[in-house]
Design a protein around this ligand. Structure first.
Ligand code: MG
Length: 389
């Protein structure tokens, strides 16, 4: 029996994870659920999956949840402590981390400290915390199973997360998003509505915007660096419009191994849940007959977020946390219509330029860098939009 906790259960990956668990049937049990503020959906999930505990970050929403599931035998917790309780829930062996953004960082640290197995979808937690977790010897690669499709692909090509000594480089594939081939002038007119339509993947709002700016691939490069113990020079981003090859590994002898499949998150989610086994799945099959697969260079000039992420990773210390915090604010402000699409990288770059890096940061330094970055980004956005002169 695999006892599973799902954090971020009301989001896109969380909901798909629960569908996969439901399809897998006996042998997979949900023991804890956690989300942000959606008490209505979490209550439905509690009634359907009957976990031992459920948590919401929002205290008022947690109160409403307790009311909604009063007749269930389920402990309800609220606030940040509830998220940590779900991440370290005693009967849970595998923790699915499907939260959005920096909010995944502290639960990941808590789950690692507690010796849990982790199915990791929340890439931001490794972006901000990879360096410190590695330095403290907490990045146990045998306990972290990637859910991100590209990283799942690399993991499957490697066979084992620790066999990277024979790897020359990896090809991290990117669809290029809805605006591939567009230049700055045209990108200036992109609206949130346009950016939310991804050609291949159905995802949450934040990651869909990150895909459109290419920041997602930058964050994924940093995620891959820590997950597979690679140098940045070993990570090659390649545009692959069809999203059929989910990434490739080139070994030192020149042999390249790729993982293919239709773009459907249920597959990488399921593999992280059933690993080391494979189980039958309901995903649609890829039919290779008559198909063509193309590969191109990414456009770093018109999509500067990709390069900003590599710069932050090279700088190290607290800079990746600053990149991530500024990006989260910029994306939020773009979605609400306060800034334009091409202002997202401008905001991030300005915040990064003003940051004094803390080398070898502790957990508190990372948390402080994240909130500093958010404040700075908000201030810079006020300047850009003319609210402060
Ligand atoms: Mg991905």
């Amino acid at each position: 029996m695999k006892n599973i906790a799902v954090l971020g259960s009301t989001g896109s990956i969380g909901r798909q994870t629960l569908e996969v668990i439901s399809n897998l049937g006996p042998g997979y049990r949900v023991v804890a659920l956690a989300a942000g503020s959606n008490d209505r959906l979490l209550a439905e999930q509690v009634k359907r999956f009957r976990p031992e505990m459920a948590a919401l970050s929002d205290m008022e929403a947690a109160g409403r949840l307790a009311e909604r599931v009063r007749s269930e035998n389920c402990l309800v917790e609220g606030g940040p402590d509830g998220q940590l309780a779900a991440a370290t829930w005693p009967s849970a062996g595998l923790i699915v981390m499907a939260q959005v953004g920096f909010s995944g960082f502290e639960p990941l640290v808590a789950a690692l400290k507690d010796g849990k197995m982790i199915a990791l979808s929340n890439k931001e937690s490794l972006v901000v915390g990879g360096e410190i977790l590695e330095r403290l010897g907490m990045l146990d690669r045998n306990r972290i199973f990637p859910v991100d499709s590209e990283h799942s692909a690399i993991w499957q090509c490697l066979g084992s997360p620790t066999s990277t000594a024979e790897v020359n480089r990896i090809f991290l594939t990117a669809s290029g998003g809805p605006f591939f081939g567009w230049k700055i002038k045209k990108l200036e007119r992109v609206t949130a509505e346009m950016a939310l339509k991804h050609p291949n993947w159905q995802m949450g709002a934040k990651i869909t915007i990150d895909s459109a700016t290419m920041m997602n691939k930058g964050l994924e490069a940093i995620e891959a660096k820590w997950l597979f113990d690679l140098s940045l020079e070993q990570i090659e981003v390649v545009i692959h419009r069809q999203s059929i090859i989910h990434s490739m590994v080139e070994y030192i002898d020149g042999s390249i191994i790729a993982q293919l499949g239709r773009p459907d998150m249920q597959l990488p989610i399921q593999y992280a849940l059933t690993y080391p086994e494979r189980k039958a799945s309901r995903t649609e099959r890829y039919n290779p007959f008559g198909q063509t697969l193309n590969f191109e260079q990414p456009d770093r000039e018109n999509f500067p977020c990709l390069e900003l992420a590599f710069q932050a990773a090279r700088a190290g210390g607290t800079m990746p946390a600053v990149l991530n915090g500024a990006n989260e604010i910029a994306v939020e402000k773009f979605l609400s219509g306060s800034i334009g699409f091409t202002q997202i990288p401008q905001v991030i770059e300005r915040v990064m330029l003003r940051h004094d890096i803390v080398e070898n940061p502790g957990f508190e330094d990372v948390i402080e860098a994240d909130s500093w970055s958010r404040r700075k980004a908000a201030g810079i956005i006020d300047e850009l939009t003319g609210r402060v002169i």
